[in-house]
Design a protein around this ligand. Structure first.
Ligand code: MIG
Length: 767
């Protein structure tokens, strides 16, 4: 046992002066504590913007062999051996340092066999090892009863325990179910439920890092990074919800989206090759009476894959008129943008970027070139504010044509001609840095630039979809999970993936419905639209060359089932929009694992095939081939089958029949849900009336309304309504009135009767 270090305290930061290091512990709030050790990285955080420290009282006491730091919520013991143990206020251990010896997984393989097996292309070990001084690890003890969540878009199960993952944004064209350690995003936040007590850990370091969630050994998990500062946040809270709220307080929340972005979106790589092709799709959507709000243009609309250009010839030399026409028909256009700028001296984006020094460079100062879609390409240095500004200005080319949103692809950044070497010179704001440090925040900075551009040029809430992201990107962009495939394994994977993204701050996320690669089948497409119908980003997208998977591609009954679920979605968009309005305040996702709502129910800790939408809807899709019934676990409480209104008492599994056209869906008893009108497109005109369905004879609901478009709500231009039902008595109150188009009529539908109330402008009441 060493002797206790001396401490110095400034404001809310205590520095522990060990012989070999200075460990800083900062109290940001009673439930958020930062642990920091400077290890040479002078950059600022990309995830945490602004000062998050709130005036917080805490105590620091010196004991015989440790210090005790206490807030109203968390209790830390810091000892002479540099251990940090975290308990909740009642003394339950949350995060404790592992003190035993490390015992790497014995793979039962000698070096010669390992080389042979790897020669065939198998990966024997994925661990990120580092022998040099910049590498570090943080090893924490696992309890027998401990479940781990988060990590963003990583593949596999909801509970990450037992698996390992890498944080190095990677374009992997064929992810499979379990063993993919790295994917497009690096979101190094994890949550734990230790003996039922929740906590979170956020490791804010963009360098390549690794999470071993108890794969190497059942008794501990660890985080390791090849370089960068040790910089992690301890997140506490009474409930898992509180912990998520704390994480999103720190890294930011998804801002209120434009309402139409919650509508259905049709996409396929290839549509935008010509105006005729797009027109056919729009016609088909209409003819098939499919609600839809957007068509996405993949890389084919550009001139030779040059970003911020348009292949005008394929659009009767007037893409603007075409987009205007589509908009009148209720269809908005979202265009893809890749970061790679074609190396072509006659192309202004390239020549300007070269002239102004906006591209990343080789160590000897040449513009670094790699290959992507346009062939030889240069890569904007998005870490620099001036470059982001330039990119933001470039988006005006698209908004002038009438583009409604931008889809950022390939921004890991992906490269066809080998990996970008670690030492390529990238900027870290104004500091000279390397690809090694800036890789994982490349997509983040591109999204941020795009956000600023759209905000300036459109004056609306920017709609951006990005493939690569880092912690905090949710402030600027929605995400999709990249190139999945038309496999049952991938519809299964979607649920934990979107749920963990939601816990990781990314409340606005979606997957390619039907599967991007490979050929889908009518049954898979049908089950996919059912399972995905509440994913905030609702887009069917497929790769060029795969079997077509538009809703009409397989005729009946696929088309009718598909349409029926789109209609259900549109009815419930007001509910999802309400959930987003709440999310901006709480950070709680729309699509949630059951464990988020019921963290005290041990039965839900590893449910991969059910999820909730807010607190009121429980969704239990069929995600297996040929299955037409399944077990559904209903947590404690009363639940009502959405389709036949049968009531169940929860706390048990029930068997549910689910023929091809049925998505098992349950509503919490006494929930009140808004029920929007049947529309084929989200209108920019405000709704004249709103309907609320009461799933019982009493309940309460808070409803939010604004123009669904711009930032006027921030100036108070919104309305809030309180709908209350007590023993079948209905009352509606305007809690806040700032948006001029209050509903003229409100209908409240109870099991036995419908009550219609009318707005009375003189008294400001509903009667
Ligand atoms: O290397 O733009 O994930 O959605 O359709 C393929 C073509 C590049 C990958 C994206 C996918 C998109 C495709 N892109």
């Amino acid at each position: 046992m060493e002797t206790l270090p001396s401490v110095t305290q400034t404001n809310q930061t205590v520095t522990f002066n060990y012989p070999n290091r200075h460990l800083q512990i900062s109290v940001l709030t009673p439930e958020i504590i930062r642990v920091f050790e400077f290890r040479g990285d002078k950059g600022q955080s990309y995830a945490v913007e602004g000062n998050k420290q709130q005036p917080t009282t805490f105590t620091l006491n010196k004991n015989d062999n440790h210090y005790e730091l206490k807030t109203d919520s968390l209790f830390l013991k810091i000892d002479a051996d540099q251990h940090i143990d975290v308990y909740d206020q009642a003394g339950h251990p949350l995060i404790t340092d592992y003190r035993g010896s490390r015992s790497p997984l014995d793979r039962g393989i000698d070096e010669a066999h390992k080389q042979l097996v790897e020669a065939e292309g198998h990966t024997v070990s994925q661990s990120v090892n580092g022998d040099d001084n910049s590498y570090y690890e943080v090893v924490k003890a696992l309890a027998a009863d401990e479940h781990l969540y988060g990590l963003g878009d990583k593949t596999g199960y909801l509970d990450k325990r037992g698996y390992e993952y890498d944080n190095w944004n990677t374009d992997n064209p064929a992810p499979q179910m379990e063993n993919f350690t790295k994917l497009y995003k690096s979101i190094p936040v994890m949550y734990g439920l230790k003996n039922g007590y929740p906590y979170g850990l956020f490791f804010d370091n963009p360098y390549r890092s690794h999470f071993d969630m108890g794969k190497e050994n059942f008794n501990y998990y660890f985080y390791s990074a090849i370089a960068g500062n040790l910089d992690y946040y301890i997140l506490g809270g009474q409930t898992l919800k509180d912990v998520v709220t704390n994480y999103t307080y720190l890294t930011g929340r998804v801002p209120l989206p434009q309402k139409w972005t919650l509508g259905y979106q049709q996409s396929r790589w290839g549509y935008s090759i010509s105006q005729q092709e797009v027109e056919t799709i729009a016609d088909h959507l209409k003819k098939s009476q499919l609600p839809c709000d957007a068509i996405h243009f993949d890389i084919d609309y550009m001139r030779g894959y040059r970003v911020f250009t348009w292949n005008n010839e394929a659009y009767q030399n007037d893409p603007k008129a075409f987009l205007q026409n589509l908009k009148q028909r209720g269809i908005k256009i979202v265009t893809i943008i890749d970061p790679g700028v074609k190396k072509d001296p006659d192309y202004s984006v390239y020549s300007e970027g070269v002239k102004k020094g906006y591209f990343v460079k080789t160590p000897d100062g040449q513009v670094y070139i790699n290959k992507v879609w346009p062939g030889d390409s240069a890569f904007p240095d998005f870490g620099r504010p001036e470059v982001r500004n330039w990119w933001a200005q470039n988006t005006k080319f698209l908004t002038d044509i009438g583009v409604a949103g931008i889809w950022n692809d390939m921004n890991e950044p992906a490269s066809f001609d080998g990996d970008i070497p670690d030492n390529i010179v990238f900027s870290d704001q104004e500091l000279k840095s390397t690809h090694q440090k800036m890789h994982n925040v490349y997509g983040h900075n591109m999204a941020k630039a795009t956000y600023e551009g759209l905000k300036t040029h459109q004056g609306k809430r920017p709609y951006i979809i990005t493939r690569a992201a880092y912690a905090g990107t949710q402030k600027y962009s929605t995400v999709w999970t990249g190139d999945n495939r038309s496999l049952w394994a991938h519809i299964q994977m979607m649920i934990p993936q979107l749920c963990n993204l939601g816990l990781s701050g990314f409340a606005f996320a979606g997957t390619d419905i039907g599967g991007f690669g490979s050929d889908t089948t009518p049954e898979l497409l049908t089950r996919w639209i059912e399972a995905a119908i509440f994913s905030p980003l609702l887009r069917n997208h497929s790769a060029m060359g795969t079997r077509h998977q538009e809703p009409w591609s397989f005729g009946e009954p696929t088309l009718s089932i598909y349409r029926r679920y789109l209609q259900l979605r549109y009815h419930l968009i007001p509910y999802m929009y309400d959930l987003f309005a709440q999310e901006t305040k709480t950070g709680l996702p729309i699509m949630r694992p059951l464990v988020l709502n019921y963290d005290d129910d041990p039965r839900v800790t590893d449910i991969d095939n059910e999820f909730m939408v807010g607190n009121s809807l429980l969704v239990a899709p069929i995600v297996e081939k040929s299955q037409t019934k399944r077990l559904v676990y209903l947590p404690a409480g009363q639940w009502i089958d959405f389709w036949n209104h049968r009531e169940y008492t929860g706390g048990k599994d029930i068997v549910v029949n689910a023929p091809l056209d049925k998505l098992p869906l349950f509503v919490q008893k006494n929930a009140i849900l808004p029920w929007g009108q049947q529309v084929d497109h989200i209108s920019e005109d405000p709704d004249d009336e709103m309907t609320f369905h009461v799933w019982g004879d009493q309940g309460h609901y808070d409803h939010y309304q604004d123009n669904g478009m711009n930032f006027n709500y921030q100036k108070g231009e919104f309305n809030r309504y309180a709908i209350s039902v007590n023993r079948n008595q209905v009352s509606v109150k305007l809690l806040h009135q700032g948006f001029k188009s209050v509903y003229r009529k409100i209908k409240v539908v109870l099991p036995e009767k419908t009550v219609t109330l009318t707005y009375e402008p003189r008294t400001n009441r509903y009667l």
